[in-house]
Ligand binder design. Structure first.
Ligand SMILES: C=C1C[C@]23C[C@H]1CC[C@H]2[C@@]12CCC[C@@](C)(C(=O)O1)[C@H]2[C@@H]3C(=O)O
Ligand SMILES: O=C(O)CCC(=O)C(=O)O
Ligand SMILES: [Fe+2]
Length: 344
């Protein structure tokens, strides 16, 4: 079992290893690396949030891709680049320093740790992650005893800006489905986790995995990626597609809870991150979630005789718990009807 404890006893520092260890060698990768980059018609749309047609564009992207890219989103390039620099700085600390902010308690999701999905895969991933949930102060003090404030201030600013954008995006998604403000009473109360990811240069990238395939448990996730390719999304009938980074453009994934709210109309996108031998890759995910104890269920306006209610109500807290036990099966476990659009 790939647990946090077994990993830490090895003190593996990915930033200094010169050969891919057995524990990080993925054997089934070779044939599944289809990269359909050259196929122009398959490229993920970049939506200008000031476009007068924004609702239709969002709806189309959400329905067909489960993910979109946005520009003119109002978050300054300066803030995105500062966050990237802070992330690079954090992961370049000595491994002993980083381990001081890991494993605070098994219930705590904050800190330097393996991805939650690690136990579902046979090998470790070529990635380091730091999750921020609530205030980062306690951890920042351990990482930079003399100089923790700039990091905390930056995280706070990033959190504020991303919350505005996440709410705006959520409303674009919901309005594109005909949902109005009266239909939802918790929308401004949502919270988030901020996930910092680093994928160090890798001696054998074809046999390593940065972050294995998963869907996010969020309503939506806003992802910043530095100028290094690696993010891929899975497209039915096509395979894995690389999402090329563009300066200032943010990737927005539909999460499992939006899939539930939309009564299955918007799919939560399956995605993963690959690694390379030349450049460290950095990404920052803003994982936007509803208030912890609000019951999330398909919106009544999206349920009728032709569109049966597909999922039972569930809170974010319960959803995360179920997902940490059942991973990819979680959505089907809370499903209550058969296939969409079928009248019983
Ligand atoms: C708030 C969340 C959402 C989590 C779990 C918890 C904290 C960390 C998040 C991630 C971040 C990395 C990918 C993922 C799949 C993982 O392993 O940890 C995410 C997961 C999810 O979206 O399910
Ligand atoms: O690094 C990436 O591009 C993907 C990160 C991701 O999927 C996540 O943090 O949930
Ligand atoms: Fe993700």
């Amino acid at each position: 079992m790939l647990t946090e404890e077994s990993y830490q006893t090895q003190y593996l520092d990915l930033n200094s290893i010169k050969e891919l260890p057995e524990s990080h060698t993925w054997t089934s990768l070779q044939d599944d690396c289809t990269d359909c980059l050259s196929n122009e018609s398959e490229s993920l749309p970049i939506i200008d949030l000031n476009d007068p047609d924004v609702l239709a564009l969002v709806r189309h992207a959400c329905e067909t891709w489960g993910v979109l890219q946005v520009k003119n989103h109002g978050v300054s390039l300066r803030l995105l680049e500062d966050m990237e620099a802070a992330t690079t700085k954090l992961f370049s600390l000595p491994i002993e320093q980083k381990l001081k902010v890991s494993l605070s308690s098994s219930n705590d999701i904050s800190g330097y740790r393996l991805p939650k999905i690690s136990p579902f895969f046979p090998k470790f991933m070529w990635r380091e992650g730091f999750t921020i949930f609530g205030s980062p102060v306690e951890h920042a003090v351990k990482l930079w005893p003399q100089d923790y404030k700039p990091f905390c201030d930056l995280v706070e600013e990033y959190g504020k800006e991303m919350k505005n954008l996440a709410e705006r995006l959520m409303w674009l998604m919901l309005k594109s489905l005909g949902i109005t403000e009266e239909d939802i009473n918790w929308s401004s109360l949502g919270g988030a986790a901020i996930q910092l990811n680093s994928y160090p240069v890798c001696p054998d990238p074809d046999r390593a995995m940065g972050l294995a395939e998963h869907t996010d448990s969020s309503l939506l996730t806003i992802l910043y990626q530095n100028n290094t390719t690696g993010l891929q999304i899975f497209r039915e009938g096509t395979g894995w597609l690389t999402v090329q980074p563009h300066t200032g453009v943010l990737v927005v994934n539909i999460g499992d809870l939006m899939h539930i709210l939309s009564n299955g109309l918007y799919p939560s996108v399956l995605h993963r991150a690959l690694v390379n031998r030349k450049q460290q890759r950095i990404s920052v995910a803003y994982i936007y979630r509803p208030p912890a104890n609000v019951l999330i269920s398909p919106l009544p306006k999206l349920v009728d005789h032709y569109h049966l209610c597909l999922f039972r109500p569930i809170t974010w807290t319960e959803y995360l718990e179920l997902k940490s036990k059942h991973f990819t099966n979680t959505l089907s476990l809370i499903r209550i009807s058969g296939s969409p659009n079928v009248v019983s």
